[in-house]
Design a protein. Sequence first.
Length: 127
Amino acid sequence: MDDLEDFKTIARAGARQLGLPEPLFDADGQALLPLGEDLTLILAFDEFDGDALLILPLTAGTHPIEGQEALRLLEAGYLGQGFSGAAVGLDPVTRTPVLWRRLPVAGLTAERLARAIELLERHVLID
């Protein structure tokens, strides 16, 4: 089995553990995983590094993050300290702030992926 297929298998098992719907992957190894109302995790596979990418937009596009909210976001993102090791960035296409985490597929388990998803979800900043 190759890394992409391993990732898909692990992602499906991780979603089941969290009681989430099974992710449906496209040909590029990406899937959307609904976590709740207006909250969708993007699961992606980085073929070059063999890593799973978890990308969680911080807003549903209803309002921009600015001022003190933006400052708190950047402070929490410093070295991933406030996000349990995840990083924060700005999607260059949508201009939406996202939390993201990279996990090597080699050695990745459904339990570890489920925990990473839970940690990302816990840190989402929603008004």
